[in-house]
Design a protein around this ligand. Structure first.
Ligand SMILES: C[S@@+](CC[C@H](N)C(=O)[O-])C[C@H]1O[C@@H](n2cnc3c(N)ncnc32)[C@H](O)[C@@H]1O
Length: 398
């Protein structure tokens, strides 16, 4: 059928209406006139596939990525960078407005490194071919390189092909110093000899066992060093995250007693500890907590403690905090953690988020007690629909 795209949804998909039903079509832009095919019919909406552009939107550009049309990774490579920024700003503004979240000013911090910024990619291997799955499918899109991955990672993708893995998954992680960790899951026998030569590969982990080198590398952020195990979380864009951590640090004062929830290897805890009286970090992944304890030692910082705990099961620590920092995974602050924050009601809550929808869901609750005094958006994930946010909330005196 022929349609004209009206606007983009929050996931960067084009929206149109037909027979009073909304249709979502990936890789289309507002004012594209195009031919589409319906690929999924639901009661309230349909999903379409772009077949042909009849008349293109004035904003449409040729994607630099050869896999853009099939790959589910970057939704916005058919827009120029400034328009991707506008999309992200509007998306957050509209979400805040629709949910009655009041904020005076939303600042946007662009990514100086628009391509080749990701320090971690997760690839699938099917019948010896390596690549990403097409969006919402198990169809492999074979790739030689990924435009948003760091150059060093792209070098390694072609080396990895020599491992002769038939089926499996491989995660390639790269640190600030271009050192590489390979994390492989497969039932196939692999021969690592060929690929480790002079590639700065510091460790290979096969099915959770070290088969070469170490199971960690060291990251440097601002003036701090972090040991990061192969399965510990680390932010993915080294051209952006130092600025966010510095901003958090600048919002911490010497009288602050800080609780840093979802703390990973202690990045935010240690940045905060530089200014705070005391910090406690909480995290579910054992290796990440062990890394955090080591990182405290490496950086000679003594006013921090780390606890291993699944926050979704409920967190009970009978201690007063005047600041709680949260940096949860995409599903946002879990119910029991939110109950804990509301029970403690610290003066300041600092919320770092990688998911706009759960951020807004959680702010709606927190804003019953808090005012947002700062809201920064960071383009951590350029050319994707994702945006990283940092909100500083202050308790309302009344
Ligand atoms: C977005 S990361 C933030 C990590 C850290 N703040 C940083 O910037 O490096 C979220 C972290 O929450 C942890 N996490 C996820 N679910 C959790 C839970 N139920 N309880 C505690 N930590 C959890 C993850 O392991 C991950 O380290």
């Amino acid at each position: 059928m022929k349609v004209t795209i009206e606007k983009l949804d929050n996931f960067g998909k084009g929206i149109t209406h037909f027979d009073n039903k909304v249709i979502f079509i990936p890789k289309t832009l507002p004012m594209d006139e195009c031919e589409i095919e319906i690929v999924k019919e639901k009661k309230n909406y349909s999903e379409g596939k772009l077949i042909k552009i009849i008349k293109q939107s004035k904003d449409r550009i040729e994607s630099k990525c050869p896999y853009f049309n099939e790959c589910g990774g970057c939704a916005l490579q058919n827009l120029d960078y400034d328009n991707t920024v506008k999309f992200k700003q509007n998306k957050i503004k509209e979400l805040f407005l629709r949910n009655n979240i009041e904020v005076d000013n939303i600042n946007f911090i662009s990514n100086e490194r628009k391509f080749n910024y990701r320090n971690k990619i997760e690839l699938k291997i099917v019948n010896k071919k390596i690549g990403y799955f097409e969006e919402l499918s198990h169809k492999l899109i074979e790739i030689d390189r990924c435009l948003i991955a760091k150059d060093k990672i792209n070098e390694v993708i072609n080396e990895v092909k020599k491992l002769n893995i038939v089926n499996g998954e491989i995660t390639i992680r790269c640190n600030f110093n271009d050192e590489i960790l390979l994390i492989i899951n497969t039932e196939n026998k692999i021969n690592i000899n060929e690929i480790i030569m002079d590639r700065k590969i510091v460790g290979i982990i096969l099915n959770n066992n070290i088969i070469y080198g170490e199971d960690y590398f060291v990251e440097k952020v601002n003036s701090l060093y972090f040991k990061v195990s192969y399965n510990s979380f680390f932010q993915i864009n080294e051209w952006i995250f130092p600025t966010i951590f510095k901003e958090i640090q600048d919002n911490i004062n010497k009288e602050d007693v800080v609780l840093d929830l979802y703390c990973g290897v202690g990045t935010i805890s240690l940045h905060s500890a530089v200014n705070a009286k005391e910090v406690i970090g909480v995290e579910i992944v054992k290796n990440a907590v062990l890394n955090a304890i080591k990182n405290k030692e490496i950086n000679g910082i003594n006013n921090v403690e780390f606890l291993l705990q699944d926050l979704s099961k409920g967190f009970i620590l009978d201690k007063s905090f005047n600041t709680i920092i949260v940096d949860p995974p995409r599903n946002g602050i879990d119910k029991k953690t939110m109950d804990y924050i509301l029970c403690k009601l610290p003066n300041k809550v600092i919320y770092m988020s990688c998911d706009a929808n759960t951020l807004v869901r959680d702010l709606k609750i927190l804003c019953n007690y808090y005012d947002i005094i700062k809201c920064n958006l960071y383009d951590m994930f350029s050319y994707t629909y994702h945006v990283e946010s940092l909100c500083v909330l202050k308790i309302r005196k009344s």
